[in-house]
Design a protein around this ligand. Structure first.
Ligand code: 8DG
Ligand code: MN
Ligand code: MN
Length: 378
């Protein structure tokens, strides 16, 4: 649709879960700027501001053309005063002064470097910064007490901060398939997270594991982890019982099989061997040139086990994007009086749990058009 001035005017629904967001983005300059401000807010314990910037960026991601004029943004949802100011600055001056000064700021740079250590969150990074620690050398020199995750994070810092390719994700997928087949034949492995949404690289690789027979998945995670450990694939792992009660809000928790949902945060050792076996690199023999060259890399891998009865909810909940998930839950609560988690969907009006065996059914329960994973890149 066009207005009298022949300026393209776009119409966009307000919840990200009502929109189709592919990886094609005609406004990366603007969305990168807003994402950086979102990241800075999140790292500064300003979650509300972070979400506001994320929502604004997500609206720009679905526009079919690059924005060239502020009038094109009239009537669009989620664009607050602050985000509009940033966009205007970029359209008029080629850059946003706030974004540029944030990028240059010692605090932001330090927060990025320190939270780049696996196991270090914004709170720990902030404490270190207040103690005068701004980079990895200063951190190492100050000999702080680190937990096991942080020690692994520091040791494999460069690898973990290097993006994971789809080929590497697939090679790890083959190893996970092998592990699962060895400890529980019939169990199924599904790639989730960003790679399921079609991303070509990611910060980690995420897998969801289930078994078609309810209950067979109980105790599965420790077996998978033991197998991987015995084969030398794990540089670090921490398995947690599902933190359902602590982490999920609302009543979306069916009381049975609550403790069956387990997750494992790990650092995987991916060697050239696995990549080769996955058919991705030329077959080659070790040579003198390999002397001193590292023939493996560390990769962050997340594993989740769910009972088949909750599989659709887990699949939907772990495919992301994070903003898409947040918006689904907000839609459920605010528009439908329902409560959605990665375990269940509770209907507060009917006071009952709504069953689903597929993501399509969950969208239908929520009164939303089905959005496939490749269009959940909000
Ligand atoms: P990336 O790794 O390529 O950077 O992107 P991603 O795959 O989208 O991000 P992710 O950080 O690996 O998260 C994948 C999904 O998992 C995302 O939708 C959010 C979800 N997720 C967590 N932690 C938790 C949690 O504790 N509970 C639940 N239910 N979901 C979670 O990351
Ligand atoms: Mn991921
Ligand atoms: Mn993850």
């Amino acid at each position: 649709p066009t207005n009298e001035a022949e300026v393209e005017v776009f119409s966009v629904p307000s919840y990200a879960c009502q929109r189709r967001t592919t990886l094609e983005n005609r406004n990366t300059v603007l969305t990168d700027a807003l994402s950086l401000l979102a990241e800075n807010a999140e790292l500064s314990a300003e979650e509300g501001r972070g979400v506001a910037f994320r929502r604004a960026a997500a609206v720009l991601k679905v526009l079919p053309e690059p924005v060239t004029d502020m009038t094109q943004l009239r009537g669009l949802p989620c664009l607050g005063e602050h985000s509009l100011r940033v966009i205007k600055d970029i359209l008029e001056n080629g850059a946003s002064s706030e974004v540029e000064s944030t990028k240059q700021s010692e605090r932001f740079k330090a927060l990025k470097v320190l939270t780049g250590i696996f196991g270090v969150g914004a709170k720990t990074a902030d404490r270190w910064i207040r103690e005068g620690i701004h980079d990895l050398q200063q951190l190492k020199d100050s000999r702080p007490t680190l937990n096991r995750a942080q020690r692994a994070g520091l040791e494999h810092y460069d690898d973990i901060n290097q993006p994971v390719s789809k080929a590497e994700a697939d090679a790890i997928g083959q190893v996970v398939e092998e592990a699962v087949a060895a400890v529980l034949p019939g169990a199924q492995v599904t790639l989730i997270g960003g790679f399921r949404r079609g991303k070509l690289s990611g910060h980690d690789v995420d897998f969801l594991i289930t078994h078609p027979e309810e209950g067979r998945e109980v105790g599965l995670m420790p077996k998978i982890v033991s197998w991987l450990e015995s084969q030398g694939f794990l540089l670090y792992q921490k398995t947690t019982r599902n933190s359902y009660l602590e982490s999920e809000d609302g009543p979306a928790r069916p009381c049975s099989n609550m403790d069956r949902f387990e997750r494992c945060f790990s650092v995987f050792k991916l060697s050239e061997d696995e990549k080769r076996r996955a058919g991705q690199t030329q077959s080659r023999h070790a040579s003198a040139e390999d002397g001193g060259r590292k023939l493996w890399r560390a990769v962050r891998v997340d594993l989740v086990v769910s009972p088949i009865s909750q599989f659709a909810f887990a699949l939907l909940g772990w495919t992301g994007s994070k903003l898409f998930e947040r918006e689904l839950r907000r839609w459920a609560g605010h528009e439908k009086t329902m409560s959605l988690s990665s375990h269940a969907l509770y209907d507060g009006t009917q006071r009952t749990y709504l069953r689903a065996t597929s993501e399509e059914e969950i969208f239908a329960h929520l009164g939303l058009d089905y959005i496939p994973p490749s269009e959940r890149n909000a």
